[in-house]
Design a protein around this ligand. Structure first.
Ligand SMILES: Cc1cc2nc3c(=O)[nH]c(=O)nc-3n(C[C@H](O)[C@H](O)[C@H](O)COP(=O)(O)OP(=O)(O)OC[C@H]3O[C@@H](n4cnc5c(N)ncnc54)[C@H](O)[C@@H]3O)c2cc1C
Length: 425
């Protein structure tokens, strides 16, 4: 005998718990299924175990994947202000750090997970785990869910199974296959996002392992056109590049590379310099050395390595530098493509670029346009944000809309202008 229930949420991550809370608060009694033995793996590891819950300014331009207006419509429904108030109401006070990232004042991700689990139960949700969903079939107007733990028949279904990043957390892409079986498509590009970039073995960057500096990273087409630029902290590691700027750029490099094998990654180690300003500074060195000049704004090890890359003796007095020397130095510091061989892959990625196109869901409820009574939210959709709390904000916003939508909450319907018109909360 299979259980027959009104609403099932598959996935008890950030988006699934949010959906369960708001479905429950809107009158439904959801059953939440999760394949994991220990719940909330990603919340617990996030933000260095402190959970970067959101950012004080969440702009849709910090996201990629589906169209910006579509992403904005969902984010507006449950924005940063509501997120902060929602967590405060659960007893989780957030603090803003200088970077604009918001963390719980406890600096402990458990605070966030525990509050969400309690809120879900308080709202009437029942969480069953480990309950791995192996398949979902449509049976007339019901969904038949199957897995090693048994069978459940549900009238409405919310899929919140995440993407493919860190598959050992339980989010291994199986949910995308389930959505496909129910009629959805998945973008042809599905790549690890927010992930370190690997460089060829001989790259000087790998020898600088442990060094960190602010740099500008360009993704350039084979013809040299700048496709994407990111400035921020850049970490040299034993495998290549990591830290916020390279990780933010990683999805853009892969997507561009898939279409243009000539795509290049160029690090501008002095973000504020131009070729002209650097050349002028080198010309003005007099008896001073390029090493001293570059070390003013860069770690000395990096300054020396860049001189080596330019094949210029770092201790050459400025007045001895030839025009070719100066050109080589400017190129090494501002314009040399790095030999990127790939990324560190799904096991190290913090997010997924690609997924189910937002065009396949109704943005006022996250209900599938292809299968009625099916709702989708979170990382499984084709939306990925930059480092800084944006991916969780997507989970909170889309989970909220899906939960309200699946509970059939009329108050959650958008007005014609696209503004939220929630009257109950
Ligand atoms: C190391 C790391 C650090 C991060 N730090 C941050 C951060 O500080 N700030 C930020 O904004 N974002 C961060 N992220 C990204 C963020 O964690 C994710 O974008 C977010 O958790 C996605 O939420 P989700 O609910 O959509 O998916 P998930 O959190 O992946 O949850 C999906 C759930 O579904 C379950 N599931 C999957 N398939 C099945 C199935 N077939 N049957 C049953 N259950 C299933 C999984 O077990 C899982 O519990 C980080 C990610 C990583 C990996």
């Amino acid at each position: 005998m299979s259980d027959r229930v009104d609403l099932v949420v598959v996935g008890a991550g950030a988006a699934g718990l949010m959906a369960a809370i708001w479905a429950g608060r809107s009158g439904a009694r959801p059953i939440v299924l999760d394949g994991a033995r220990v719940l909330g793996a990603k919340i617990l590891v996030s933000g260095g175990s402190r959970c970067n819950v959101t950012h004080d300014v969440v702009d849709e331009r910090a996201f990629a994947g589906s169209t910006t207006p579509a992403i904005r419509r969902v984010l507006r429904r449950f924005d940063v202000g509501r997120t902060v108030a929602f967590f405060a109401d659960l007893g989780v006070e957030l603090k803003r750090e200088d970077t604009g990232k918001l963390f719980p004042v406890t600096d402990d991700a458990h605070t966030v997970l525990d509050a969400l689990l309690k809120a879900a139960r308080d709202a009437g949700a029942e969480i069953r785990h480990p309950w791995r969903v192996a398949s979902v079939e449509r049976r007339e107007d019901m969904f038949l869910l199957n897995g090693p733990a048994g069978e459940i028949v549900a009238r409405r279904l919310i899929l919140a199974t995440g993407g493919k990043s860190v598959p050992r957390s339980g989010s291994d892409g199986a949910g995308l296959a389930i959505a496909r079986a129910l009629g959805h498509s998945v973008t042809p590009r599905l790549v690890p996002a927010l992930v370190g970039l690997t460089l060829a073995e001989g790259s000087f960057v790998r020898a600088l392992s442990g060094l960190s500096t602010d740099a500008t990273i360009d993704v350039r087409s084979g013809t040299g056109k700048r496709l994407h630029t990111m400035t921020g902290s850049t970490l040299c590691t034993h495998f290549g590049l990591s830290g916020p700027a390279p990780m933010d750029v990683s999805r853009h490099w892969q997507v561009a590379r898939a279409e243009d094998p000539g795509v290049q990654l160029v690090v501008r180690w002095l973000p504020d310099a131009t070729a002209e300003s650097l050349d002028a500074a080198l010309q003005a060195l007099g008896g001073d050395t390029p090493l001293r000049l570059l070390s003013r704004d860069l770690p000395a090890r990096l300054a020396r390595a860049l001189c080596d890359e330019a094949a210029v003796d770092a201790m050459t007095p400025g007045h001895v530098l030839t025009r070719e020397h100066r050109r080589a130095l400017v190129r090494a510091v501002l314009d040399t493509p790095l030999p990127v061989t790939g990324t560190r892959g799904w096991n190290h990625a913090e997010a997924t670029a690609g997924g189910i196109p937002l065009a396949e869901v109704r943005l006022d409820s996250m209900e599938s346009r292809l299968a009625s009574d099916l709702f989708l939210c979170g990382e499984m959709l084709d939306v990925d944000g930059r480092i800084g709390g944006y991916n969780f904000q997507w989970a909170w916003s889309s989970g909220y809309v899906a939960g309200r939508g699946a509970a059939g909450d009329r108050a959650a319907v958008l007005t014609a202008e696209g503004h939220a018109s929630d009257v109950v909360d």
